[in-house]
Design a protein. Structure first.
Length: 396
């Protein structure tokens, strides 16, 4: 009964994580749009950078932004922070429920680095903590005074992290951990910089002082980072469901391309919101990036190319491989500890079932090394080539 309960915990925590992430992303996109769409006009109150008129829900809104603070502190302020906090907390719970609890299955690949489960968990925690520290130091260094140089340094840093994690964890865990690190950076920006700076501004006003403009400038920079990282982090967090994204030796290069694709797409919308000339070129860059990702995803497994053999493959050979390497989990009653139902409802315990799921076998075990997770059953490169050859020979 315990695996079934654990599956429901996984499901409910994932549900909560998705809901809170939607709320956070929605508010982030909205406020960046509002900030960029503000326009100056004569007659605005002192200290107001601009205003924007909006219509929604059957009414009109007149929005104004004070660059430092209003002359008087309003009685009630709405703080936007719990969306970010709840997203990170639920995400960390999901990481614990799925990856830490199942480290030997989902995080560790002996062919990459043979470590105990507790070592994998410690490396994960260290990557998240040290990753935020390095990013924060970059922002507070002289590079932080130049947004372009800081963005370039941040890009190089994340790509190096992706490369390093690909030599520590399984492909699935490595890519997801890059997403988890970015999510940690984004949440910590809110928790450590944006909200504290706003709190300091409010405290200064209550003391009858003028808030330091540098506080708002720093918070705005971190908010803009969060905005440009949103699309890449969503890609990375859902990548664990798509083996061609993480089950390739070039997964860290895919991370680099995704960072660029996500950034240029956000640049398109941000430019439109700001009333600047429409940068249509961004879609060409994004399309080229997606094409590169597709090519890289088919470039072979992380250990050795799974190019199909030229000799005709007998189904008996395929059946032997699948039954010995896959059916302990993909069966009506899985025998792998901690798994109560066949993953994704796929059963591979009969010849008929193997034939029915040939396309999934090709994607998950032949063109990528996503399955078995962490290669816990020891499938060999030769067996992967056998599966690739069999699926190549099937009628399209």
């Amino acid at each position: 009964m315990e695996p079934i309960v654990w599956e429901w915990v996984n499901f409910l925590v994932r549900w909560l994580h998705v809901i809170t992430a939607i709320a956070w992303i929605g508010s982030s996109f909205y406020f960046i749009h509002l900030d960029l769409s503000l326009r100056r006009r004569d007659g605005l109150p002192n200290g107001v950078a601009g205003e924007a008129w909006q219509v929604h829900g059957g009414g009109f809104y007149n929005m104004m932004k004070y660059t430092v603070a209003p002359p008087e502190l309003p009685e009630k302020l709405t703080w936007f922070k719990w969306e970010a906090y709840a997203t990170w907390l639920s995400g960390f719970c999901l990481l614990s429920v799925l990856y830490y609890h199942g480290a030997e299955l989902y995080m560790i690949d002996p062919a990459v680095l043979d470590i105990p489960w507790w070592g994998a968990v410690l490396l994960s925690l260290g990557a998240l903590g040290m990753g935020w520290h390095v990013y924060d130091r970059l922002c507070k260094s002289p590079l932080g005074k130049d947004d372009v140089k800081l963005a370039a340094a941040g890009f190089v840093f994340l790509v190096l992290v992706a490369w390093g994690l690909s030599h520590v964890f399984s492909g699935r865990a490595a890519m997801l951990h890059v997403g988890a690190l970015i999510g940690t950076m984004m949440s910590a920006n809110v928790f450590r910089i944006i909200i504290p700076n706003q709190t300091k501004a409010v405290a200064a006003m209550k003391a009858g002082q003028v808030p330091d403009p540098a506080l708002g400038k720093q918070a705005k920079q971190r908010s803009l980072h969060n905005n440009y990282l949103t699309l890449p982090v969503v890609f990375l967090m859902i990548s664990n469901h798509y083996p061609l994204a993480f089950g390739t030796r070039y997964s860290w290069v895919i991370v680099a391309v995704v960072l660029v694709v996500g950034a240029v797409i956000r640049h398109f919308f941000n430019s439109r919101h700001a009333g600047k000339p429409t940068p249509w070129w961004t879609w060409a860059v994004a399309a080229a990036g997606v094409a590169v990702i597709v090519v890289l995803s088919a470039a072979g497994t992380r250990t050795e190319s799974a190019a199909a053999a030229s000799d005709k493959v007998e189904f008996a050979q395929v059946e032997e491989v699948v039954l010995s390497r896959c059916s302990m989990c993909h069966a009506a009653q899985p025998v792998w500890e901690g798994i109560g139902v066949p993953p994704r409802g796929v059963m591979l315990d009969s010849a008929e079932a193997i034939g029915r799921h040939a396309s999934q076998i090709r994607v998950w075990a032949a063109l990528s090394d996503a399955m078995p997770p962490g290669n816990v059953t020891g499938i060999t490169p030769e067996e992967r080539r056998l599966l690739a050859a069999w699926t190549d020979q099937l009628p399209r």
